[in-house]
Design a protein around this ligand. Sequence first.
Ligand SMILES: [Zn+2]
Ligand SMILES: [Zn+2]
Length: 187
Amino acid sequence: MWREISVCGNVYTLRETRSGPIRGQLAQGESSALQDGSLVDLCGATLLWRTAEATRSHSLEERQPWAYLTCGHVHGRHDWGQKPEHCREHEGGPSTGGRRECPLCRSLGPYVPLWLGCEPAFYVDAGAPTHAFVPCGHVCSERTAKYWAETSLPHGTHAFQPICPFCSTPLTGTPGFTRLIFQGPVD
Ligand SMILES: [Zn+2]
Ligand SMILES: [Zn+2]
């Protein structure tokens, strides 16, 4: 159901026609807060509102590559060295802080699923997807990763911090991204 929202955030039923001079009735008790999937029509340009939590919750796949963010080694998903229940509890979240040991180089760090950053407007070049943001695991080109890691955005009332442009997660560590090391098939 479409509603008209005033500049003050009040909710009204629609006008008789969109260009009509008389606004609709005040919709008592309705909130103008956006929910995941809300459509916002701005004079003909329609925007889709997605929350940061929504995009990844149901799309984790069995064959999805995972990577150790400290060293960049990419693996298939595995539960080595960790109880499966514990692992499942922690998968997919950037803020768990769980540290795992990479079986290739033994470095300790977060082990996260990789997600290709899918909004082309955030890319600064057409380079190969070789780097991942830390801690969310969004993958993009090297120049794109550097650009966003060096771009501090306003945070709170007076701070600035770099974020992943694909999911808005604040980047951690320096430089805030890792170079991925893909391995060929073992035979
Ligand atoms: Zn490693
Ligand atoms: Zn991200």
